[in-house]
Design a binder for this molecule. Structure first.
Ligand code: PEP
Ligand code: MN
Length: 332
């Protein structure tokens, strides 16, 4: 970390910064440039708080040389991480195909969909039980009963299951869920992340809808800092100035994350596209960009779905897409 010191700063102004470094076990090397006075900070600098350093009177500016996410970053872990979930795996060449309805609605609905997606090649079953809806009047999910029906359907067809958690108090209800999903709205719910760091289950962390890649990786760091290494990242579209779609699917996040991190990254083209017709091209683009998997809304009767029907594929659409995804992967 390089700290630029104000030209006219006095020893009294510099001293508190040097003391802060000493207290944090950081070695300080002073360098004088032609017009610059700088300190090179050596040690566990990713743990230093940039804002704390900027607050010292003597400091003009500060630049990080190392990423602040040491555990999620590639630096300390050059090989791809592989997250294993029962019979499924993701990362390091293993592709995860998650499919299922936006919401679990009835026992028959989730079972019928589970059978259909399993037959078409899905490796994990999704289904929302706690639903983060924009309107309080929209269907909020079957909640605890939804989790029970999802787990039952997954067991019946032999697929691991994933569903979204909204708050820490719900964690005991997730005992039989294989992967816990943190939705876009909770990517920066740090208390939830700290709790999930101890839960001994893989976590799918979706990118916040206005979050930078660095912020996504720092949220992953929260999970990893307290011991959870099984993290799967997910790009699902972000808010931009473009209004044609609800969100802009940031395909470039896939190779960018792969460069910066060893964690697997999958893509959700359904939430990114918001329209059924756009899902296949975006899914194929994500696959071609090197995604480690896809998460797709699939519903047997999208027109009558209680949520997300407009962007859900039918089982037949899903089957056709799976074949194309395999073909794209064959070219990589
Ligand atoms: C979902 O997967 O059902 C969902 C709500 O996703 P997101 O958090 O990306 O909106
Ligand atoms: Mn949804």
């Amino acid at each position: 970390m390089i700290v630029i010191i104000k030209q006219d700063s006095t020893w009294d102004e510099l001293h508190p910064l040097l003391r802060y470094c000493q207290e944090n076990g950081i070695e300080v090397q002073e360098t004088y440039g032609f017009h610059l006075r700088m300190l090179n900070l050596v040690g566990d600098t990713p743990k230093l708080d940039l804002d704390r350093i900027l607050a010292f009177d003597a400091v003009e500016n500060v630049h990080r040389l190392l990423s602040p996410y040491t555990l999620a970053g590639r630096g300390a872990h050059p090989e791809d991480s592989v997250v294993r979930i029962g019979s499924a795996a993701v990362g390091g060449g293993s592709f995860l195909l998650i499919a299922g309805p936006g919401s679990v609605e009835t026992e028959e609905q989730i079972l019928e969909t589970a059978r259909a997606v399993k037959q078409a090649g899905a490796t994990m079953l999704r289904g929302g039980a706690y639903k983060p809806r924009y309107s309080p009047y929209a269907f909020q999910g079957l909640q605890q009963e939804g989790i029970r029906l999802l787990v039952q359907a997954g067991r019946e067809v032999g697929l691991p299951v994933i569903t979204e958690i909204m708050e820490t108090a719900q964690l005991p209800l997730f005992a039989d869920v294989d992967v816990i999903q943190v939705g876009t709205r909770n990517m920066q719910n740090y208390e939830l992340l700290k709790e999930l760091a101890h839960c001994k289950k893989p976590v799918l962390l979706k990118r916040g809808l206005s979050s930078r890649v660095e912020e996504l990786l720092l949220s992953a760091e929260y999970l990893m800092a307290d011991g959870n290494a099984d993290i799967i990242l997910c790009e699902r579209g972000i808010r931009t100035f473009e209004t044609v779609l609800n969100y802009t699917l940031d395909i470039s996040a896939v190779p960018v994350v792969k460069e910066l991190s060893h964690l697997p990254i999958i893509v959700d083209p359904c939430h990114g596209a918001g329209r059924r017709k756009l899902v296949p091209p975006l899914a194929l683009a994500a696959t071609a960009a090197g995604a480690d998997g896809l998460i797709l809304d699939v519903h047997c009767d999208p027109q009558n779905a209680l949520s997300d029907g407009h962007r859900a594929l039918t089982p037949a659409d899903f089957q056709a897409l799976c074949a194309k995804v395999s073909a794209v992967r064959g070219c990589l």
